[in-house]
Structure formats: structure tokens, C-alpha cells
Design a binder for this molecule. Structure first.
Ligand SMILES: [Zn+2]
Length: 171
């Protein structure tokens, strides 16, 4: 399939008037803040601009890609799949309260949005604070006892109680 690159900027209001739909990729090297975690996967994006039933302009889309993180337990690589759905509306003085399901986005003075920045932000915000392997995939020596024990340790860690980990190990 031919790769179609997404435009760097879009005009949501004009896009909504024309019911514009986009589908394409952003080569990961264009998103500089993600350089360290991208593993050469392209970032696949679908996008629609339109009006909802209240005549609110929206930019709705989906991001699919994967990034490469490091497990904070064993420090080995994790391939972390990313699938994000988003829905923005341009900032609008008519609305004191943003309608449910929307996030607000500021247009520049010409009515444009920087799509690459938006997508980069979405990906950064979606990343786990502490990336961890699933217990059965982790290389940490603590998880080399077999699945049952690994699950128990993971559960104990979730409870955030240092003693519960010990109690599992003692068994
Ligand atoms: Zn791990």
C-alpha cells in the first residue's frame, strides 16, 4: 500500500465545512520529542473534521502505533502498543463549558492546528508512568519462579504494600 503522509497542519473549520477525512502516516522521525521511544514504526492516523448535531466543529481521530519502552523491573525492552482515540473542538467563546466528550484545542490566528504537535502530545500523555512487563514476560529474577508466583507478586505490588511482597516470597 502506498504511504500517504498526513499534512503538518489542518484547518478544522474549513475541514468541517467540507467534511474532510484524512488517513495516513506520520514518519516517527518527525516527532522529535518521541525520538527516544519510537522503534521505527510509522504512526498511523485517521482523522475526520465535521459538525456534530449541535453544530460544533470537531476533529475526531485515532492514532495507532507502537513505542519501545524499558521495563522498570528488569530494564529490558517492552514493545508498547498505542491506540488512542481523540476528539477535539476548536476553542470557542460561545461555550463556557466544553461539551462532554470533547477536548478543547486552540487554533492559530489563521485557523490552523498543528497536527503533528497534537499527535505527539496525545502519544506522550498516553504513556505509562512506570512501564512494566506482564509478570509472565518479565526478565526480573523475582519472576523466574513460574507463573502462579509471578501473578501473586504482581498483585501484591499493586496493593502497594511492601510487606505483602515479602509474604508472597516466604510461601
Ligand atoms: Zn520486565
Amino acid at each position: 500500500m502506498e504511504k500517504i503522509y498526513l499534512p503538518k497542519t489542518i484547518e478544522p473549520i474549513k475541514g468541517a465545512q467540507r467534511k474532510k477525512e484524512f488517513e495516513g502516516i506520520i514518519p516517527s522521525q518527525f516527532l522529535i520529542r518521541l525520538n527516544e521511544i519510537m522503534d521505527n514504526s510509522d504512526i498511523h492516523v485517521t482523522l475526520q473534521c465535521d459538525y456534530d448535531i449541535r453544530k460544533v466543529v470537531y476533529i475526531k481521530g485515532k492514532i495507532t502505533t507502537s513505542v519501545s519502552l524499558h521495563c522498570q523491573r528488569c530494564l529490558k525492552k517492552i514493545t508498547h502498543p498505542i491506540e488512542i482515540a481523540f476528539c477535539y473542538m476548536p476553542s470557542n467563546d460561545e461555550y463556557d463549558i466544553i461539551p462532554e466528550g470533547y477536548e478543547e484545542i486552540e487554533l492559530d490566528e489563521k485557523g490552523y492546528v498543528n497536527l503533528y504537535d497534537l499527535i505527539e502530545d496525545e502519544i506522550l500523555l498516553s504513556l505509562p508512568m512506570i512501564p512494566l512487563h506482564k509478570p509472565e514476560e518479565c526478565h526480573s529474577p523475582r519472576f523466574q519462579f513460574g507463573h502462579l508466583n509471578a501473578e501473586a507478586i504482581a498483585k501484591a505490588e499493586e496493593k502497594d504494600n511492601p510487606f505483602s511482597v515479602l509474604s508472597v516470597l516466604k510461601k
